[in-house]
Design a binder for this molecule. Sequence first.
Ligand code: PPS
Length: 345
Amino acid sequence: MMSRQLLSGHKVEQASEEVVKNMKILPFIHGVVRILPEGWLYPGTAPTFIDRIHSVKFRSNDVMVMTFPKCGTTWMNEIVWTMLHNPDLENPKADETIFLRSPDISFDMIFDSKFLGGKPMEPIAKRFEEKHPGRKMDMGVMADIIEALEGPRVIKCHFPFPLLPQDILDTIKVVYVTRNPKDMTTSFWKFFSTTNVHEFCGDIDSFAKLIMNDGMIYCPYWPHVKAAWEKREHPNLHFVFYEDLISDAMQELRKINEFLGTRLNEEKLEAIKRYTSFSSMKSRKELLSDDLFKKEEPKEVVFFRKGIVGDWKKNFPPELQAEMDQWIKKNVTGTDLSLSWALAE
Ligand code: PPS
């Protein structure tokens, strides 16, 4: 493949065969690319969809929930959507899966997995065809689905700031969520091992090494978090740690209420806290499609797996704990992003 330049100025290169083989996941039809200089590793169709985002007409009342995968995206999507669209918990639209109410602008690239055969899963394809009858899907479907969404739109995004329009925070609000990288890795490993789409075959040690060496799709982790952390003083960015939401959800909901300007009273926030709790979301089974999940596993168990802090302790062998602690320390050195609470000691 010829080297290609993105609208963001990034360069795209084909990932090496070794990188692709080491990932130990099902292949993508168009291979895998590295996007430089940060080195983002994505399915080969990603460049088209990243450029497509640059022609999306963002609106001043849009809210984007941006995260590296498995850091609490779906939880935050539901919190933000509920605050904006369902504060009395009476909106019948809330019955629709959160994956359609708050569509993922970075999802198209995943449809290129051999398992999905290059096509969006059925509920997404159906939504696209309803909203844009006769339109071709070759530029992806997610941006078009989002463009047709009623406002205020809540947009999910796993792409990092550097790949998006540089001035995006001048127009929209972004809630950025991150999580202890050890719990993110555990959740990511379990998810990629138990979905039909990726079928990662390896233990937590090999998965964590791929994360630490920027060898798994969606990596690298640190430039993703740091790009948002650097912008945290921007009035249109709200930075949240998953661990803070777990330890004091009300306090975090109050801050989000203030950030969004939703002016919900304590009683409503309490009700939203209960409605968006792990057990409530899990019981509503707000999932997109059976195709994503292995037949032998109850699907909600794969996605709404545990929802706790510190599950890494049960899954990481001691050498891996030490290795990841070193990796965390190395990457926060010289920044004021203190993750001391994420370390083992
Ligand atoms: S994804 O696929 O990247 O969008 O996944 P994401 O939603 O970011 O992260 C999935 C993890 O978040 C947990 N989760 C929750 N935790 C607490 N409360 C609520 N309501 C909630 N909803 C989802 C989910 O269980 C995954 O974490 P693990 O550790 O695997 O349980």
